[in-house]
Design a protein around this ligand. Structure first.
Ligand code: GDP
Length: 682
């Protein structure tokens, strides 16, 4: 008996049963693991017949007598609830505000911070900024230093306060645990062409969606929801990894479970592998449907062997991947497939906040005669309700009507539920996010602002990732990552290059291959690279027609090579080049001030003796008096007698004029140093 079967019998979730088993020292790998009779007895004892509180989706109940299909249940409408006020923590003292105008000069800034200039100069050096007392520093640098001293800096405002920028997202109330409710899984079928993705979608739809009494006509709205044993499952009905990744490239990660469809007569094909890589790049849960088992030429075990080679070890062979043998023609195995989808989603514990303003994505949109712009939306969080003020990309509107996948007008749509929405003022692009705002005025203002911004953006070319401008880690200490889509001419070179790339060792930058495939660079590759913020590296391949333009639009860089070593070197260089060089100071010499000559307007000249090393006109210098550093900066001039010199060596006299510093005295030491940039190794 398997874990999920026993869980069903005991009326608790598989997860809960696994926890109970763990409590009695029975470890199981997953919900599909087989239990021995002793383990079953132990489990029954552990559960003790008590009805456990449900977690996640309610446990799958035995098949109902009649599989009545209702429109997907809408979550309850939000109720006003007074949030419990948390105890207020003690307020930290407010930071001091320093107003700066124009350029920030070290000396003035030190005064404003209440520091001695030399201390500030020393602090600046700790962050690799070498500025003299009279030099200006960048606002960002000043900000960093100010925060160290508990101060905030702001530029003096010349004009009256600009209008506050409208928030891009509506304000959300703090969510409470009870606001999160289980939501249906969103499933996509991926796989090789003609392996039966569309047939499976159609078969499931027709066998599980019963025409409702309200007499609606089944609508193709890009997704549909079926109820299997009263548990809703949403299927995206644009199958294939191209559509899947195109949505991801626009930021819409809708899918929870990808079902890889493999025809039992044909087996794993190139596009099966490609689809698998797309699904893996998206980090979604992966299951397999071995289709066309009704055919005489079907060999299920051969497909399982091939799947194992792709790293998808079937669970009945001791692996982790759920594989269901099905036929879209006869309907065999479909119930098992749906059951396994529910089981998988139970393990994923899919939850959404139903009380927040609705948010989700556009699956499709068009202009319909008689209805105006319509957008098929999939709600991710919250509950979309007729009358809501909605913003979708650059479009906005008041939701006039919501129509579900069975053509029935509904008032609300909760998480994972697809609906056709009427009322937008334009046709948004697929993959766009939609959000509900508190009122029409705010929604309209946001949409108009975005419209203006996107027109501006259209002028500048998008840039996402390129070999010279790789992804920067969002936070300090995070590792840098270079993501690559690799395309080569033949399988042999693919493996060789993949191994060589993965062999580039670095503690600081990691390399991830989102997809490795054979063939020319296609539109799918560009979309995957865009969605994964990757660059495309090709070896002995070319671009398909029109790919250059698409890549430019998506901001994806494509690099093609015909020499392996050049490819590897450039990737390695780019990885190394990503690391900031370390700045290192090297003292090159000291000069002692012997006498001061006052020379007109240009400032004083210090008559010096080079006591060690050398002084060069291009180096940086600091003036030391006893233990104090009085100045950090550069030389304005270096002279041997009357002539300009580029370098003066130990034991020779010279005249030094410092840039904007006139306070040298005999006995001061001018220390000359160079700042070297040391490239970090990988
Ligand atoms: P897709 O390209 O993956 O969407 O594949 P389709 O769903 O369009 O199916 C391709 C062909 O395979 C069609 O002619 C289907 O009738 C056929 N087909 C799909 N599923 C099955 C099946 O389970 N058994 C058999 N015998 N044929 C199937």
């Amino acid at each position: 008996m398997r874990v999920h079967e026993l869980a069903k019998e005991l009326g608790i979730s598989s997860k809960e049963l696994m926890a109970r088993l763990h409590g009695v020292n029975v470890e199981v790998r997953n919900q599909l693991a087989a239990l021995t009779p002793e383990q079953v007895a132990l489990a029954r004892k552990a559960v003790g017949g008590e009805a456990a509180p449900p977690t996640g989706l309610p446990a799958i109940k035995p098949k109902a007598k009649k599989a009545a299909v209702k429109p997907a249940p809408a979550p309850p409408p939000p109720e006003p609830v007074a949030p419990a006020a948390p105890p207020a923590p003690p307020e930290p003292p407010p930071p001091r505000l320093i107003i700066v105008k124009g350029p920030i000069i070290v000396k003035e800034f030190a005064e404003q911070l209440g520091l001695k200039p030399n201390l500030l100069i020393a602090e600046l050096m700790t962050i690799n900024v070498f500025a003299s007392i009279n030099e200006r520093i960048e606002f960002k640098v000043a900000q960093q230093l100010a925060s160290r001293h508990g101060a905030l800096i702001e530029h003096e405002k010349k004009a009256p306060e600009p209008k506050p920028v409208k928030k891009a997202e509506p304000k959300l109330e703090e969510a409470r645990p009870e606001d999160f409710q289980s939501r249906p899984p969103v499933v996509t079928f991926l796989g090789h062409v003609d392996h039966g993705k569309t047939s499976l979608l159609d078969r499931i739809r027709h066998s599980k969606v019963v025409q409702s009494e309200d007499g609606g006509i089944t609508q193709h709205i890009g997704a549909y929801t079926v109820a299997y044993r009263d548990h809703p499952i949403t299927f995206l009905d644009t199958p294939g990894h191209a559509a899947f990744t195109a949505m991801r490239a626009r930021g819409a990660n809708l899918t929870d479970i990808a079902v890889l469809v493999v025809a039992a007569d044909d087996g794993v094909m190139p596009q099966t592998r490609e689809a698998l890589q797309h699904a893996r790049a998206a980090n979604v849960s992966i299951m397999v449907a071995i289709n066309k088992i009704d055919l005489k030429s079907a060999v299920v075990d051969r497909v399982k062997r091939q799947l194992q080679q792709e790293g998808l070890a079937p669970e009945d062979w001791g692996g982790e991947t759920i594989c269901c043998a099905v036929s879209a023609v006869t309907g065999d195995g479909l119930d098992h497939l749906l059951e396994m989808i529910l089981l998988q989603s139970e393990m994923l514990e899919l939850k959404s906040n139903v009380r927040r303003p609705a948010q989700g994505f556009v699956i499709e949109a068009r202009l319909e005669a008689g209805s105006g712009p319509t957008a098929n939306l999939l709600v991710k969080q919250g509950t979309l309700t007729v009358g809501d003020a909605i913003v979708c990309g650059r479009c906005w509107g008041k939701v006039k009507a919501l129509i579900n996948d069975q053509g029935i007008k509904v008032r609300t749509a909760g998480p994972s539920i697809p609906v056709k929405c009427l009322g937008l003022n334009g046709v948004p692009e697929p993959g766009m996010e939609f959000l509900v705002y508190p009122n029409d005025r705010e929604a309209r203002a946001i949409a108009e602002e975005r419209d203006a911004a996107s027109r501006l953006q259209a002028i500048s070319t998008p840039r996402r990732a390129s070999l010279d401008d790789l992804l920067k880690p969002a936070e300090l200490h995070q590792r840098w990552e270079l993501v690559i889509v690799l395309k080569t001419d033949v399988q042999g070179s693919l493996e060789a290059i993949r191994q060589a790339l993965l062999g580039i060792k670095s503690d600081k930058v990691s390399l991830k291959i989102a997809l490795a495939g054979v063939g020319n660079v296609t539109g799918n590759d560009v979309l995957l690279a865009s969605a994964s913020k990757a660059i495309i590296v090709g070896f002995h391949v070319s671009k398909e027609d029109g790919i250059g333009a698409l890549a430019k639009r998506e901001g994806v860089e494509i690099r093609l090579y015909s020499v392996i070593y050049q490819l590897l070197d450039e990737v390695r260089d780019a990885m190394a080049g990503l690391l900031e060089p370390v700045l290192k100071e090297q003292v090159i010499g000291h000069a002692e001030v012997r006498q001061i000559f006052e020379i007109g307007k240009k400032g004083n000249v210090a008559g010096c003796m080079v006591v060690d090393g050398r002084i060069t006109s291009r180096a940086r210098a600091r003036v030391k008096r006893a233990d104090d550093v009085l100045y950090e900066g550069t030389l304005a001039s270096l002279k041997r007698f009357q002539d300009d010199a580029s370098e003066v060596r130990e034991g020779l006299e010279c005249g030094i004029r410092l840039d904007r510093f006139n306070d040298c005295q005999p006995g001061d030491v001018i220390e000359c140093y160079e700042v070297q940039k040391i490239e970090q190794p990988l």
